[in-house]
Design a protein around this ligand. Structure first.
Ligand SMILES: Cc1cc2nc3c(=O)[nH]c(=O)nc-3n(C[C@H](O)[C@H](O)[C@H](O)COP(=O)(O)OP(=O)(O)OC[C@H]3O[C@@H](n4cnc5c(N)ncnc54)[C@H](O)[C@@H]3O)c2cc1C
Length: 429
């Protein structure tokens, strides 16, 4: 058995942050990563003739943790296209107009939906600072939208918009999660939307992950699938599927909530943590890159809420092709290798479009993720978040799933990695 001060499980952004911060404090850290690569739910892979971000992609300066990391390593951002054209689907028909028109249709309903964001969540990094937020935590995004009494076109568009943001179905999606995002963007939903899909990391998210790893001085073990975390009063033993073990004084486990039950904890995690893991997160959708023939306009398109792909935007323009990025609410309904299926969905919004190739990763079927970006179900904020953040003696959970501010984003993963590292250091010293 090998020994180390701290085992960090998972080399995504939370794990990389925790590992770096703890080694900076002089702790020896072993970073156990199940995959053959670092960066977790971000993944830059060659495809469709360029490097594609298969997972987390966009960052923004309103996300303070990720922005500070970009500054620290001198990494810039690449600005996405400014959209000129919009298509949307309402009442079984395709509509089209200038991009501003779709924003206008979304503006007033979003302002009403999110009107209480700053009041209920005045401090995004202390999401429960106003206890009144608990009073609305049972409300779903779907019912909250329907309660606005909107004309049908706007109701359908708003439901698709929020299905996009949750990368999942919105029937049980928490309104409070929408309020948190909006509050973190200072109550401005357009800024919130800009933060979600405008600025990409120069050189790809992997450039940032690699810079953080290089700074960490941790012992990285790839292909190390943790199976068991066993603690007693003196320490913790972490065992991988291939039978290797590490004895440590503390463990930071950055497993996505939807994959938390793939590791056996002994003693078992609290009932509250287990219940949260059993329910999981709502972000169970799909992201698909689609290369189409010809040079299309700079477009965004919203489909019907329940289409396998219900949002698409053009992202890269080449001489005789355009690469689009699309999202859908249910990852089990999208085959990331099936160009014909993408064609069938897309041509409803963009008649005449010719799909050449597609690329993506089946995150929901990937046992080390089982989710895309972690979006909360109703009740998560008031009942689960605090409990998941509470350490189990020497075992600390960290990750975007457990963040306070931009939960669901790379920023949240980094925030949570910092918090866990601080708590571990306090526990050990
Ligand atoms: C399709 C998609 C699009 C997204 N878009 C954006 C975006 O545009 N902007 C943004 O900010 N965020 C986005 N996100 C979310 C963002 O990528 C994540 O919130 C963030 O990367 C999560 O980091 P993490 O460290 O918390 O978790 P992860 O990155 O999931 O890291 C956890 C690590 O633990 C490892 N692991 C799991 N099980 C085990 C085990 N048993 N043993 C050892 N290791 C294990 C995993 O392999 C993984 O490397 C997106 C995510 C996806 C999937």
């Amino acid at each position: 058995m090998q020994t180390t001060d701290v085992v960090v499980i998972g080399a995504g952004f939370a794990g990389l942050t925790a590992a770096r911060e703890l080694t900076a404090k002089g702790r020896s850290v072993t970073l156990l990563e199940a995959r053959d690569r670092i960066a977790g739910r971000t993944w830059v892979e060659p495809g469709l003739g360029r490097n594609l971000e298969l997972g987390g992609t966009w960052v923004h300066w309103v996300q303070p943790h990720v922005w500070a990391e970009l500054t620290r390593y001198g990494i810039g951002v690449v600005t996405g296209p400014e959209f000129e054209k919009a298509y949307w689907w309402a009442d079984g028909q395709r509509r089209e107009g200038p991009a501003e028109q779709v924003l206008e249709l979304l503006d007033e309903p979003n302002q009403r939906l999110l009107a209480q964001a700053r009041e209920l969540i005045p401090l995004p990094y202390q999401p429960l600072a106003n206890p009144a937020v608990k009073g609305v935590d049972h409300q779903s995004v779907a019912e909250s939208i329907d309660a606005l009494g909107l004309p049908e076109e706007q109701r359908q568009l708003l439901r698709t918009f929020w299905s996009l943001n949750f990368n999942g179905r919105i029937q049980d999606a928490a309104l409070t999660q929408a309020l948190r995002w909006c509050s973190a963007a200072s109550g401005d939903w357009k800024l919130m939307f800009e933060a979600c899909a405008t600025y990409k990391v120069e050189g790809g998210t992997v450039a940032l992950a690699e810079a953080m790893l290089a700074d960490a001085g941790a012992q990285l073990e790839l292909n190390a699938v943790v199976q068991q975390v066993r603690q007693d009063g003196d320490g913790v033993v972490v065992t991988t599927a291939d039978g290797r073990s590490w004895a440590a004084r503390a463990v930071v486990a950055t497993l996505p909530l939807n994959a938390l039950d793939t590791v056996e904890f002994s003693p078992a995690l609290s009932e509250g943590k287990q219940a949260a893991a059993a329910r999981g997160q709502a972000g169970r959708g799909a992201k698909l890159w689609i290369k189409v023939k010809g040079r299309l306009e700079r477009l965004v398109a919203f489909g019907a809420e329940d289409w396998p792909l219900n949002f698409v935007q053009s992202e890269y323009f080449d001489e005789d092709s355009t690469t689009l990025v699309a999202f859908g609410p249910d990852g089990t309904q999208v085959d990331v290798e099936d160009a014909a299926a993408a064609q069938a969905i897309l041509e409803r919004l963009l008649p005449g479009v010719e799909v050449l190739e597609v690329a993506g990763h089946a995150w929901v079927q990937d046992g080390f993720a089982k989710s895309t970006w972690p979006m909360h179900y109703t009740g998560y904020l008031s009942m689960s978040l605090g409990e998941l953040q509470r350490p189990e003696d020497r075992v600390f959970l960290a990750g975007s799933d457990y963040a306070n501010g931009w939960g669901g984003f790379i920023d949240g993963a980094i925030e949570s990695g910092f918090t866990a590292a601080r708590a571990v250091e306090a526990r050990l010293s």
